[in-house]
Write a protein that binds this ligand. Sequence first.
Ligand code: ZN
Ligand code: ZN
Length: 172
Amino acid sequence: MYDWYEPAGIDECPLCGVAFEDGWQGEDGPNQCLVFRQGEAAPVAQEIDPEWPLAEELRAPEIASARLPDGESTIRGPCKAHHWFDALITVANGVWIDTRVVGPHDSAASEIDRWITAGKILGRQPRAVVRCPECSEASLEVQDVLFPDGSGLERWMRCPRCRAANALLVRW
Ligand SMILES: [Zn+2]
Ligand SMILES: [Zn+2]
């Protein structure tokens, strides 16, 4: 079982720019098909597929007191072009206060593809938690350096653990 999640501020897929679907799911909460919305403590609804055999047993008589656990946990969701992402959520005093995109659910095969993917994600979501394409452990730091003529920028990514670094040229 799982719950539904409505994050704030990560509306578009950081890879293709298409809107995310509404179906973010996670398994670290009460797991009663409750709908949690970022910024609110109590679930806003319970959404159980009525076709489901156990639907009636699951229907909670009292959902107002259900809470997400404090700390960090991971949810997942697809964009309308079917790119799946993980996102890291932070809950404090029962209130979901923050969401950060984590790299894609499946990482690309080659190292250079992983760097390109990382650059795209960090371009749209600078606060994303993207793993290092080389050591795959630390989260990349990103710094954008504008060209003096304003025609684009160089997006530098650095790993604080293994010190791998790469840059992506972004022109407009
Ligand atoms: Zn996408
Ligand atoms: Zn690294």
